[in-house]
Write a protein that binds this ligand. Structure first.
Ligand SMILES: Cc1cc2nc3c(=O)[nH]c(=O)nc-3n(C[C@H](O)[C@H](O)[C@H](O)COP(=O)(O)O)c2cc1C
Length: 497
């Protein structure tokens, strides 16, 4: 094992499941703690309206370099004691290609806050995770995280070729433009979104440390392309298998479904680890690797370690609603928990793992009861309007709106509003017109079926440290040759948990 690099990367889990508390606990235990960077502006303004318990958001904002911005955010959103239960959260600007100053301020400040808190009181490394598919908030978000000294940036769900170059520019205080993926754009057309650190900081931007950049991939082809053709330096890869929680890459060569309606994955979907190893950059394997033997097999295949999500998602320090965690752990213990890979739930079009849980949108009746609304807009996709301007649509928005924007009606079937549901998972769900609260939708890797292995006898909760101790007992951390490597495993074999 390479001791310069973490053996365990705690997976970035959005929205807000891996918040600063979890990332800090993991970093304090000597591994790489990662916060999710998705939707942080919404998380921050809702936490303030929920009363900012413990004063953490306001404490972090006290350190934000733009004092006036910090004060305006607190004045606008902080509600002492928390908003009344039946009152809706105040809105915040929707992501757009030319954001207002206020929209940028919320993004930069929210990412700053999360990293500041995750790094507070120790000197372990902290990373932040973004999705490539969500493009609009990315550059100001990375800038906010860099202002707070983030050490690693990880990005999946797409081809993040230009991100390392964006980070280089931001570190030098230079303006950076991210090219937008626009459906229907003509070959000669280019659309982009620009963020200028100097203008944002009101004159000159400070020189900042450039974090390491890790791309999350599920094939050697993509890893090789990113290593060769990215603008700027890629520092490593997380190689994610289809057992991982959250979004999964679709099966190669077209999607066929099994009887339960899930995409069928086969040997062609197993990444070619030998080709990835030959790239020469460090990599971590993800998707059912939360055990000592799985870590050992990953290392034998040439990996620097593993990325673990599910095991951390249900531990005490994660920001998932405590009642949901309890419900999941009890159901897992009873052996009646089910996780399905839903090919249509996510408006991104990627398969998305869903835990079947009472009271959440995984229940068909709850899904049908919900009135479609698009008021957060992170997953909206850009399209070219007939007049050549940019339009925005989401397949989970009201069907007639989507269709009127040129979207195909078939694309709306079974789509779920992840923006609202994932905030619901944190008890930060919006109160809607009829007074009800947006329902949660829980994602998790297949590993949740065995996650109770981290519970001590008679206990119904476990900590991030318990997870790390089980994967990396002291004896192995000190002497990796003690790891129980199964003799039959070959270096190139895909590790199977
Ligand atoms: C609740 C949850 C949310 C996740 N959200 C994201 C995300 O927003 N972005 C991402 O790149 N990966 C996400 N993941 C994937 C994890 O970062 C990690 O790669 C994965 O969980 C590893 O597999 P495991 O769950 O079997 O440990 C999520 C996983 C879980 C369990």
């Amino acid at each position: 094992m390479n001791h310069e690099l973490p053996a365990i990367i705690q997976g970035g889990m959005g929205v807000g499941v891996s918040g600063w508390r979890l990332a800090r606990a993991v970093a304090q235990a000597g591994q790489l703690g990662v916060v999710s960077g998705t939707g942080l502006d919404a998380v921050m303004v809702r936490r303030l309206q929920a009363g900012d318990l413990g004063g953490h958001v306001r404490r972090a904002l006290d350190f934000f370099p733009l004092r006036e911005t910090a004060e305006r955010i607190v004045a606008r959103y902080y509600v002492p004691g928390g908003k009344a239960e039946g009152k809706a959260y105040l809105p915040k600007p929707m992501p757009c290609a030319k954001p207002s100053r206020w929209g940028e301020e919320l993004l930069v400040a929210a990412n700053f806050v999360e990293i500041f808190l995750a790094k507070e009181g120790h000197d372990g490394p902290i990373g932040i995770n973004y999705l490539e598919k969500i493009q609009l908030p990315t550059v100001p978000s990375i800038y906010g995280a860099m202002l707070a000294g983030v050490d690693w940036v990880l990005m999946g769900a797409g081809i993040p070729k230009s991100i390392p170059g964006v980070m280089d520019r931001l570190a030098r205080g230079e303006s950076a433009t991210l090219k937008l993926n626009v459906a229907g754009a003509l070959p000669e057309e280019e659309f982009g979104t620009t963020f200028d650190p100097a203008a944002f900081m009101g004159g000159t931007a400070p020189l900042l440390a450039r974090p390491r950049f890790v791309a999350i991939v599920s094939s050697a082809t993509l890893a090789i392309m990113l290593a060769r053709r990215s603008e700027g330096r890629v520092d490593g890869f997380v190689v994610e298998l289809s057992r991982a929680g959250g979004h999964n890459a679709p099966p190669r060569g077209g999607t066929r479904l099994n009887e339960a309606g899930e995409p069928i994955y086969g040997p062609r979907d197993d990444p070619d680890l030998e080709s990835i190893r030959k790239i020469g950059l460090p990599f971590w394997l993800a998707g059912g690797f939360a055990s000592t033997s799985a870590l050992a097999r990953a290392v034998l295949a040439g990996a620097a370690g593993v990325q673990v999500g599910t095991a951390f998602a249900f531990c005490e320090e994660s920001d998932l609603d405590a009642e949901i965690k309890d419900q999941v752990l009890k159901s897992s213990l009873a052996g009646d928990l089910r996780v399905i890979t839903d090919p249509v739930a996510s408006p991104t079009g990627f398969p998305f793992k869903v835990v079947e849980l009472e009271g959440t949108l995984s229940e068909q009746v709850r899904y049908e009861q919900r009135r479609r609304i698009c008021d957060l807009g992170y997953l909206r996709q850009a399209y070219r309007t007939e007049s050549g301007t940019l339009g925005w649509r989401c397949s989970a928005e009201p069907v007639e709106d989507f269709v009127s924007k040129g979207g195909a009606i078939e694309e709306t079937t079974g789509r779920k509003c992840l923006c609202n549901a994932l905030l619901g998972n944190l008890r930060l769900g919006q109160v809607v017109a009829d007074g009800s609260v947006e329902k949660p939708l829980v994602t998790s890797g297949a590993d949740v079926l065995a996650v109770t292995r981290f519970l001590a006898p008679d206990q119904m909760t476990y900590s991030a440290q318990d997870v790390i101790d089980q994967i990396l007992p002291d004896i192995i951390e000190e002497d990796p040759s003690q790891a129980p490597i199964p003799a039959a495993v070959e270096a190139t074999q895909i590790p199977v948990a």
